[in-house]
Design a protein around this ligand. Structure first.
Ligand code: OGA
Ligand code: MN
Length: 284
């Protein structure tokens, strides 16, 4: 079978067929997928659900896996599980469960792990159980946001540093870390403008964790970050993924923001399992 890559939307997203990501990949197939991700920023692989081992093996072609921290139900493993199911009991969790409030932050546009010292290259989300209605995931291109600026404004962004902080972003949805949890996080600074080594296209590192532009007054920071987000999330810069069971979706965390959308957690089960690949050679 030959690899086929069909765009799904104007600015980002493509569906990949003709490759079985549950089996070890030839180097040429891995290289084609890495190239396609750099170009399309979001890749959809339809197919049978991955096992945990298959997801780890496929994830490793992109780099080292992060360990999950925080109040995610899978903290301490390489998986992050977005789910309304209590993994210990197998039953749905009530909407006011602390773990559900924690996941509510996924409904804010964000970039995974932008609050960490080492950024994430990409995330891989595997649909294990999907609700019959709702629970789509939306993606927006921060590469398109950058490209929408005129040259002078693009130049103004060079050299700006943005601080990302998960304690700040969780507070936006009313979630409070315990003092002990909060102490395990720090705010980290990154260049606002990010560069893709393959396409040389630039993007901006924004999203819910982006608290401030270093050295700028709060209002001016917020205005810039909000303007960039408004540009990224223009309808023509987005792709909405309606999940089919077994779908695997990969996105570039330095050029894409994404968000979860609602579903009826009292009526339906949803289990999405993520691996997160680090930009660095460390897994911290
Ligand atoms: C994630 C995430 C969105 C969703 O796994 O990083 O934001 O729709 N998921 O579950
Ligand atoms: Mn996410």
């Amino acid at each position: 079978m030959t690899l086929s890559i069909e765009p799904l939307a104007k600015a980002l997203g493509a569906e990949v067929r003709g490759v079985d990501i549950r089996s070890p990949l030839a180097d040429s197939a891995s290289a084609a997928i890495i190239e396609a991700l750099a170009r399309h920023l979001v890749l959809v692989f339809p197919g049978e659900p991955l096992s945990d081992e298959q997801q780890i093996a496929f994830s490793r072609i992109f780099g080292p896996l992060e360990m999950t921290k925080g109040a995610n139900p899978s903290a301490g493993t390489v998986f992050a599980r977005q789910s309304n199911i209590d993994l210990d009991t197998g039953s749905p969790m009530p909407g006011d469960d602390r773990r559900m409030l924690y996941q509510k932050a996924n409904m804010l546009w964000h970039s995974d792990s932008s609050f960490k010292q080492v950024l994430s290259r990409c995330s891989i989300l595997s649909a294990r159980e999907i609700p019959a209605v709702g629970g789509a995931t939306e993606f927006a291109s921060t590469r398109a946001a950058y490209a929408s600026l005129d040259l002078d404004r693009q130049r103004e962004l060079e050299g700006l540093i943005v601080e990302h902080d998960i304690v700040y972003s969780r507070r936006l949805v009313g979630f409070q870390f315990t003092p002990e949890e909060a102490n395990s996080f720090h705010a980290y600074q990154h260049t606002l403008v990010q560069d893709c080594a393959i396409t040389r296209r630039k993007s901006v590192l924004i999203g819910a964790h982006a608290r401030t532009i270093v050295g700028w007054p709060e209002q001016r920071s917020r205005a810039l970050l909000d303007d960039l987000m408004a540009r990224a999330t223009r309808p023509e810069h987005t792709y909405r993924h309606e999940w089919r069971n077994g779908d695997v979706v990969i996105w570039d965390n330095r050029a894409v923001v994404h968000r979860a959308t609602p579903y009826d957690g009292a009526k339906y089960r949803r289990l999405m399992q993520r691996t997160t690949i680090s930009m660095g050679d460390r897994t911290a």
